[in-house]
Design a protein around this ligand. Structure first.
Ligand code: 5GP
Ligand code: ZN
Length: 122
């Protein structure tokens, strides 16, 4: 997509702190982190919002979600199973449309982690 910021990042036309890449996905650090760890996972293919994903995109949506625990592990924010229940952990979030708080119209999943508090987030 012309003029899509995240398409340009996917095509390496705009630099980003890339932390993961394969044929279909890319993950990079959010430029304005809202938590000690704040990553964005995108499909390289342009999909504007989650509501624009088609049945054939189901596999890529699954891959985006499945990448979260791997990246959390690599960035030291994974769930830790401790006596009395899990500790630590991370948040995954997809904003969709204006009321969903979406600003960039290329589907992306946020991963937030690290010691709290995080800038006003629950
Ligand atoms: P949204 O509100 O659309 O879910 O989130 C968009 C996110 O993209 C924001 O957290 C914002 O900080 C991040 N962002 C905006 N522009 C850039 C950029 O040029 N590079 C990177 N790495 N992140 C960006
Ligand atoms: Zn795009």
């Amino acid at each position: 997509m012309d003029n899509c910021l995240f398409c340009k990042i996917a095509a390496k036309q705009i630099p980003a702190a890339v932390v993961y890449e394969d044929d279909e996905l890319m993950a990079f650090k959010d430029i304005n982190p809202a938590a000690p760890v704040h990553l964005l996972v995108i499909p390289k293919k342009h999909i504007s919002t989650l509501s624009d994903a088609q049945p054939e995109d189901t596999t890529i949506l699954g891959k985006m979600l499945a990448l979260a625990p791997k990246l959390a592990e690599e960035h030291g924010v994974s769930v830790v199973h401790a006596e009395g229940g899990p500790t630590r952990g991370y948040k995954t979030l997809i904003n969709s449309g204006p009321d969903g708080g979406q600003v960039i119209y290329h589907l992306h999943m946020h991963i937030y982690g690290g010691p709290r508090p995080w800038k006003g987030m629950h």
